[in-house]
Write a protein that binds this ligand. Sequence first.
Ligand SMILES: *Cc1c(COP(=O)(O)O)cnc(C)c1O
Length: 413
Amino acid sequence: MPASERAPRHAPMDQFAVQDGELLVGGIPLTRLAARVGQTPFYAYDRQLLTRRVETLRAALPVTLKIHYAMKANPMPALVGHLAGLVDGIDVASGGELKIALDSGVDPRDISFAGPGKSEADLCRAVAAGILINVESFREVAELARIHARTGDVARVAARVNPGFDLKGSGVRMGGGAKPFGVDAEQVPGLLAEIGRAGLDFEGFHFFAGAQNLKAEAIAEAQRRSYDLARTLAASIPAPVRALNLGGGFGIPYFPGELPLDLAPIAANLDELSRRAARDFPGAELVIELGRYLVGEAGLYVARIVDRKVSRGQVFLVTDGGLHHHLSASGNFGQVIRKNYPVVIGNRMASPERETATVTGPLCTPLDLLAERMDLARAEIGDLVVVHQSGAYGLTASPQAFLAHPACVEVLV
Ligand SMILES: *Cc1c(COP(=O)(O)O)cnc(C)c1O
């Protein structure tokens, strides 16, 4: 067996159909879409795939479970507007995201706001909008008490808990140990007392232990432990729990050897927790919040090859896109050892002619890689390089100003 067949592979990216050798995005052949957009590079998000993803998730999870979109993953207003009609709520992490969420038309009661270091101005806006604030420090509670005294408006709050455990095997750790997120579980009874004294409208708890996890059992365990911790902390609550946000962390396969998340164990666990919640917290909503899992697989990044060269035997395809638009795919957004995203030549999907090539951007830095020594269809200048799994943490997480190249465009198709 040749080495290439033994090496771990990317999970199949069959959410996008192929027709006449071209990827179809929203039913449109890629080269036609590029012409319609009028420039490369661009990001394209497929509406139908977004819709299908939420439907699949709903079919798998308990019907009473509330699914929120964490818009940090992709705040493109048209995409948020599309998702607003599909999910039960939107989680924002800044005043700017709050504006986009409100513009989307979602009921403010279904918006929640997490994130460390919420400014006084952002808290004022959040209170005025009537959204749920996941408080993450004693300072935030004091700030909200002052806003209450000044305006008479009572903040809706949940306590964001930093549990004593983390989400095992997560690409991104956001709970357990010493963290800037939330309030340590040991300090939460004190926080709840402050919330009560300040006369704020206590609604429940928020947990978020980690992100980008592909181990269903680990996610289920973290959700179970979060639930149990909420039960313990309930001894100190100033008002009944109305919402219990168990976080998310659902990952998508980016790298060779990674497989899509198996929803079945997570669904079974959430089923059990829903039943327990009906007894322990009557009338309370059980919520999960997902970012990349909802949008990541529905998005592509598309760049055009502007040069093709050979250096000491290696093929380099130089494109007009790169790390300034897609830091994550370049490997510089939290990867320890750089691995390739699933990359294809989007207008040569049926080409039998293959080669090993490295895809770079136009930036004058060796960090500007989109694919390193990858098996690709043999490509020429003018062809379209496509980076799959790019619907989350793409443009929004990239340093567009770096090197002053033209701006990227995003389309929802
Ligand atoms: C980043 C973040 C999310 C979304 O994470 P994904 O990996 O995109 O699902 C959800 N909730 C909170 C609190 C976050 O900080």
